[in-house]
Design a protein around this ligand. Structure first.
Ligand code: MV4
Length: 503
């Protein structure tokens, strides 16, 4: 393949917000490429807007009226003379219709083709595409089931418990575990209804239910010249309600042999849809270390930094190079795993209160620093966390010579992280990182459900500690005695987030 057209990119629109918009702009800047931010009403004055060389206002706060509107993003590119659009993750990043519009407008989408997105956006189309390769799949159907009687027969052949899954699904929507034949019909109806209302596509299929799976995914990267490499795996089993909590690379359970096999499978999956750019091939792994291909994510993922840490590759720079028609700057043989990296997602959520989003103002905000620490955030002290978007404050990533050092660094970094004004998942992550099951590496996707209760967080409330310290100081200084109105003082010191939330 020698006829690849080289295209010049001197300016990129970053069609996203928060930490990922900043992360993309930083790599663009290092490459001497100009950046254009887009921002909604809620994001005036956000760090990604200040960082960019130019910024274009795209409408009201709800993403359906701003970050998700094709024409507003396309106009941001044409009106500023940008040649390319980087979608980040979420929003329009896996939208094949948008990718097609970008192409039709003569612009470059920094990502795979609309055709690749379409195939991998449908789990059944994905299974179909990988058929010609020898990729392990969970036993089940590779076609949409419509006839209940036939489906019951298939379920009996596969063996209970089975899982009904939506072809268009994501985040567990349209998924139902069925333990016995008697429940099948009802569960299937529920799955079809849920899939129809969530995705406008009620196609469902059957798989054997893997009871205690690990979620392991492989990062791949392809160019337009036919080169494709994998950048090893990420272990993402610690999650709650399909939301990843902690990710690490490499996985503590893979042998070199398994890693190699999974890597080769991942490359075949990518080849099956002519993949170009950065993508992730998701696998389930059972207790016996059998692995099965589940789906492919056709975007740069939230947890990409752990892969960057252990490989030394800047994935965003490679995405941009590939979009310009350049070759990947490295080969498979150049890649080696250097040490170990862990990422935690710091959310403005209250782990003591069923992880309810705790939006509010970041009264104080001091991220950790020092050796082996990377913070990808999109907030500054004094900023409010908008209610309209995902309440992730930051990704905290540590890198060490081995897993133990990466975890020790993470615990140190969590202690240094000072956030007041909103509840965060920092203390919850500390609990996970100190847990014997996590430390041993012997855990699966049921970790949080199995081990976590809010009582585990007691004595970890930094706000409480801070209040105690302030009171103690006042008493030592011989200030006015703290009396009946001390409750109100507490209220002030706590910035009222608890009270506000209960309103
Ligand atoms: C499964 C499974 C068990 N058996 N498939 C959940 C979302 C989607 N990406 C795939 N998911 C699962 N598919 C079979 N045949 C268990 C899950 C699953 C899961 C997978 C990865 C990470 C977290 C999870 C949490 C619950 C269920």
């Amino acid at each position: 393949m020698s006829g690849v057209q080289k295209k010049v990119i001197t300016k990129i629109v970053v069609a996203n917000r928060g930490e990922i918009a900043l992360r993309v702009m930083r790599s663009a800047r290092e490459m001497g490429i100009q950046t254009v931010a887009v921002y909604s009403e809620a994001d005036r004055g956000s760090p990604h807007v200040k960082y960019a060389d130019e910024a274009v206002y795209i409408g009201p706060a709800p993403s359906s009226q701003s970050y998700l509107v094709f024409d507003k993003i396309l106009n941001a590119a044409t009106s500023t003379g940008a040649q390319a659009i980087h979608p980040g993750y979420g929003f329009l990043s896996e939208n094949a219709a948008f990718a097609r519009k970008v192409r039709e407008a003569g612009l470059i989408l920094i990502g795979p083709s609309p055709e690749s997105m379409e195939i991998m956006g449908s789990k059944l189309a994905a299974k179909d595409a990988v058929k010609k390769y020898n990729i392990p799949l969970v036993p089940g159907t590779d076609y949409a089931i419509t006839d209940i009687h036939k489906a019951k027969q298939v379920a009996a052949d596969v063996g209970f418990p089975i899982l009904i899954k939506a072809s268009a699904g994501g985040g567990g929507k349209g998924m139902r575990i069925v333990n016995e034949a008697a429940h099948f019909e009802e569960m299937m109806k529920m799955a079809v209804n849920e899939a129809t209302s969530a995705f406008g596509d009620g196609s469902v299929f059957i798989e054997r239910y893997v009871g205690s799976p690990r979620h392991i995914e492989v990062q791949v990267m392809g160019d337009q010249h036919g080169n494709i490499v994998h950048l090893f795996e990420r272990e993402c089993s610690v999650q709650r309600r399909h939301q990843k909590v902690i990710e690490e690379a490499p996985s503590a359970v893979l042998t070199d042999k398994l890693r190699d096999e999974m890597g080769r499978c991942a490359l075949q999956v990518a080849k099956a849809c002519n993949y170009v750019g950065a993508g992730t091939v998701e696998f389930l792994m059972d207790e016996k270390l059998n692995f099965y291909f589940l789906e492919m994510n056709t975007r740069l993922q939230v947890e990409h930094p752990v892969t960057e840490c252990i490989t030394g590759i800047d994935l965003v720079k490679e995405q941009i190079r590939v979009a310009m028609g350049e070759k990947l700057s490295f080969t498979q043989d150049d890649l080696h795993i250097n040490g170990h990296a862990v990422e935690i997602r710091v959310y403005a959520e209250d782990p003591a209160n069923n992880f309810l989003p705790d939006i509010g103002k970041l009264i104080s905000y001091q991220p950790p620093k020092g050796p082996g620490v990377r913070v990808d955030d999109g907030f500054e002290e004094g900023m409010s966390i908008p209610i309209y978007y995902d309440p992730m404050i930051a990704k905290l990533v540590t890198h060490g010579k081995n897993r133990t050092e990466a975890i020790e660094r993470m615990l140190r970094a969590i202690d240094e992280y000072k956030i007041t004004g909103v509840a965060t998942t920092l203390g919850f992550c500390r609990f996970v990182l100190k847990h014997q099951a996590f430390v041993s590496g012997n855990f699966d996707t049921h970790f949080v459900q199995t081990y976590f209760t809010p009582e585990n967080l007691q004595g970890e409330d930094e706000t409480e500690e801070a209040i105690a310290a302030i009171i103690a100081t006042r008493m030592l200084k011989g200030e006015k005695k703290i009396s009946e109105d001390s409750h109100e003082n507490h209220g002030d010191l706590r910035s009222g987030w608890r009270a506000n939330r209960l309103k």
